[in-house]
Design a protein around this ligand. Structure first.
Ligand SMILES: [Mn+2]
Length: 319
């Protein structure tokens, strides 16, 4: 049983369940214990930047609990993930309720520390604003240019929301402003419906971001779209960062999220996509916006686990 200190919030006490029952690495000793790990799951139970319904703070805990019923053998790909790579769980970032900036700073530090040891972070959100410090944390120890592949219902390219530059609908534009990330190397897949302001679409285009709407995905098929996304994200870059908002899935697969939008991808399409992307040089991966309160049957949480496991299966095959 891991002790829960005064500084940990109720959300963070969930780390007594590690992802896939992998070894739990105390974050205080990360410099020592991470040396042998290829991938480290880390939770960011942070939902302070959510502009609609809350709950993603409980995402990491719920994904870990759902993961306990899965195994590390992928029968379709005939691969035992743990034969090829070592996965650990680095617990949750101790975010500070009421302090957005310090919380995001701590997420950045955690990702930076993991990546510095040559370990690829798999960040569990949290609302989508956590992608901003995660990318920042990687860039601190990354020479060259980074491409980003982004699955979402939403553009998340607002310049501000209610006067705030940082929220869970502005992070993609903020990322495009980094020196090491060109807008033309950011590819969004699955954007749809009436939950995207026209202004954000214009800002995305202005930043050079490629937006592949869901009707195009359905028309061309996921394989073709992902091949194009990999090509665009890799053009002149040295690696790829992958961010998946679980709301890219149709609400029948992912009702447990903050802003579900009908007409989305199937879990099968997302699995096909991450299996392809996992074969590329991916230096960081986050899966965000799982809010278990809205899905008592736990389908969303299981889809989150499957997405991560299928990604890791591809990584294992490539290793
Ligand atoms: Mn979204």
């Amino acid at each position: 049983m891991n002790k829960c200190s005064f500084l940990e919030t109720a959300m963070q006490c969930g780390v007594s369940h590690s992802f896939l029952k992998s070894d739990y690495v105390s974050f205080d000793n990360a410099s020592f214990s991470l040396e042998q790990a290829d991938y480290a799951v880390i939770g960011a139970p942070f939902e302070q930047c959510c502009v609609y319904r809350p709950g993603s703070g409980f995402g990491p805990q719920s994904i870990r609990i759902a993961s306990e019923q899965f195994s590390t053998y992928n029968i379709e790909l005939d691969v035992e993930i743990t034969d090829h790579l070592k996965l650990v769980d680095a617990g949750d970032v101790a975010v500070i309720p009421g302090n957005r900036d310090k919380s995001l700073e701590r997420i950045e530090e955690a990702v930076e520390r993991i990546y510095r040891h040559g370990t690829i972070p798999i960040l569990l959100g949290g609302d989508h604003s956590v992608t901003l410090p995660a990318v920042k944390g990687i860039l601190k120890n990354f020479n060259g240019k980074l491409g980003v592949i982004h699955f979402d219902t939403h553009l998340d390219t607002g310049d501000e929301y209610a006067g705030e530059k940082i929220s869970n609908c502005t992070q993609m534009l903020r990322i495009s402003e980094f020196d090491q990330v060109d807008g033309s190397n950011i590819v969004q897949i699955g954007i749809r419906g009436c939950l995207n302001p026209k202004e954000e679409y214009e800002l995305a285009k202005k930043a050079g971001i490629h937006t592949i709407l869901i009707n195009e995905v359905l028309k061309r098929g996921m394989d073709s779209v992902v091949e194009e996304a990999i090509r665009l994200a890799s053009e002149g870059t040295d690696a790829i960062y992958l961010t998946v908002d679980i709301d890219v899935l149709d609400p029948i697969y992912a009702p447990g999220t903050c802003a579900p939008s009908p007409g989305g991808l199937s879990i099968r399409e997302l699995i096909d996509a991450v299996r392809k992307i996992g074969k590329e040089k991916v230096v960081g991966f986050d899966l965000v916006e799982v809010a278990p309160q809205y899905d008592l049957g736990g389908v969303t949480q299981r889809c989150a686990v499957s997405t991560i496991l299928e990604f890791l299966s591809a990584c294992a095959i490539e290793k």
